[in-house]
Ligand binder design. Sequence first.
Ligand code: ADP
Ligand code: MG
Length: 227
Amino acid sequence: MTRNTVLKLTGVERHYGQGETVLTILKGADFSLSRGEMVALVAPSGTGKSTLLHLAGLLEQPDAGEVSINGQLCNGLPDQKRTAIRRSEIGFVYQFHHLLPEFSALENIMIPQMIDGLSKAEAKTRASQLLDYMRIGHRGTHRPAELSGGEQQRVAIARAVANAPRLLLADEPTGNLDPGTANYVFDALEALVRQSGLAALIATHNHELASRMDRRVTISEGKVVDF
Ligand code: ADP
Ligand code: MG
């Protein structure tokens, strides 16, 4: 593993089910992602994209194999430690924004920073900068329900990077948006990744967006393969 490897999966296996019906999703999956690299994960529904992202994001444990983040092997770490790594090193964006409905856009981006130990004032300054960067600075006081789908996703992206993670995982982040809005949101996401040197793994069904990334991978017979 080089110093620039942010995410490394080695021989990862994931099976679902019990007894006689075992569904094998990943079997001997290897994958690595370097600093500054933006990789598209393109595969049909049900092949295991979300499973792969959850394993990479330490939201699930593999049945076998290793998951390393920034050179640290994360299998078998206590939950508390995994949570700490997730909070400071990993940003996650979902297809649906999952913003907290009772809080403003600004507050949604401040909360993870305050949990991570920043003062309210520091968190607010960074949240405002991120909203400006995502070109929705003027929407900071609005709650999620008052924002359009594209705006909600831009807030969700800003929240994901609020703690300056090194790894960004996105699970069909534009899958719920019309093509024009998807493009606009992806432009902002791409600019953010390029500017920050984040490593990003982004599941998408959109081939045009996939073609703009550095590399494209799919899941085939339980393995991650370039295509
Ligand atoms: P994708 O994101 O590519 O659509 P998923 O990773 O969500 O695929 O799911 C891959 C397969 O694993 C699907 O067949 C799904 O039904 C199954 N699966 C996912 N999570 C679970 C679970 N917790 N229990 C049982 N089966 C699951
Ligand atoms: Mg999925």
